[in-house]
Design a protein around this ligand. Structure first.
Ligand code: AVI
Length: 348
């Protein structure tokens, strides 16, 4: 199925907020923090990644307030086609997707960010409950408070977790057994996991879907090198700023003195492994000092890289096979006009 550019329908942004009587019905959102979260173990893992050769950071550290704002700016760039392609698919195929979604559901946004994407669907799907999941707690709080205020009567829950382990959602979802889960995972965010980790996450979502749940997921497809490169190294330098900002986040977590000016942004298209690699390359030899969780020093040679993110790209049959392998046997797929992006709707 292919979306045609000329036939875009517009999607309502939000149900208009009603007057005092309805607003008073809005329930305050519940924020559930990740259980068994150990900040010292997290800091240790982060430090280990940086001391290792080659150094590697987990992409979840991109998303402090500044990084989240920079990512929103990336999504507005012409070069960052995944955001536009997915929007096009959701607009053109809205009704056909909607017809396949369960009613009276719980809508679970895996990485809700500012909640904009979910807001396009909430008035149409009319779920009973919204569960927003994000690793950026400040952003999550703002998003769920806004959604609770704008959708009176909707139960709103926020969960802080980074999805690097299967999300601890079973007991939360079991509170509403009458509401089938709709897992909403747009933006090709699953591409930031290795295929093995992606399969593991999909397996846990399949398990959590039960008999009536579904997964609506956006997937960036393999394409030519220059399009991919431009999407991760744009002319304005927003991707570069987003990448370098991670060093400021690390400085806060580890009391470190990483200097963003001493690292250059680099996006490498690794065609053999089907991924784009985001890297920070030391422009000169220098030492970096860490004060937490223990005092350490790491020297970087000129040209040495810190890998900050992998963004895997799939073929349609490749991702369909990954879904099937994770237990999703019923699948629909929609693509945009250039067929560079796909949206899958999968059910166990
Ligand atoms: C969030 N994620 C899917 C983005 C991506 O395309 O991998 C993050 C990003 N990194 C650089 N630009 C955008």
């Amino acid at each position: 199925m292919t979306a045609k550019k000329g036939s875009m329908a517009s999607m309502p942004n939000a149900i208009p907020r009603r007057r005092t009587s309805s607003i008073s019905q809005a329930r305050s959102p519940r924020i559930v923090r990740r259980l068994a979260h150990d900040p010292t173990a997290d800091a240790q893992r982060l430090l280990d990644g940086l001391l290792r050769k080659p150094a590697q950071l987990e992409p979840k550290y991109f998303y402090d307030a500044q990084g989240s704002a920079l990512f929103s700016a990336i999504c507005e760039l012409d070069e960052y086609y995944p955001a536009h392609a997915e929007k096009q698919i959701f607009q053109v195929y809205r009704d056909s997707i909607l017809a396949r979604l369960p009613r009276r559901a719980q809508w679970i946004d895996l990485g809700c960010g500012d909640g904009k994407k979910s807001r396009n669907w909430l008035p149409l799907v009319r779920p009973r409950r919204f569960v927003g999941i994000d690793c950026a707690e400040g952003w999550l709080r703002e998003t769920v408070v806004g959604i609770a205020a704008d959708y009176p009567g909707l139960e709103v829950v926020g969960v802080t977790t980074d999805l690097s382990d299967p999300p601890p959602l079973a007991s939360l979802l079991a509170e509403r057994p009458e509401c089938a889960p709709i897992f909403f995972y747009p933006g090709s965010s699953i591409g930031n996991f290795t295929p093995d980790r992606a399969r593991e996450l999909l397996r846990s979502l399949c398990h959590l879907s039960g008999n009536n749940g579904v997964l609506l997921i956006g997937i960036d497809l393999i394409k030519d090198k220059s399009t991919l490169h431009a999407a991760y190294d744009d002319a304005l330098g927003v991707s570069a700023a987003f990448n370098r900002n991670i060093l400021r986040v690390v400085n806060r977590h580890l009391g470190a003195d990483l200097n963003p000016a001493r690292f250059a942004h680099q996006a490498v298209v690794n065609e053999a492994l089907g991924r784009v690699e985001m890297q920070l390359v030391a422009t000169e030899r220098h030492n970096v000092r860490f004060t937490a969780p223990r005092l350490s020093v790491r020297s970087f040679d000129a040209g040495e890289c810190i890998t900050t993110e992998y963004s895997y790209k799939y073929s349609i049959p490749g991702f369909a096979a990954l879904l099937a392998n994770a237990g999703f046997s019923r699948q629909n797929v929609w693509t945009n006009s250039s067929e560079g992006y796909a949206v899958f709707l999968a059910a166990p």
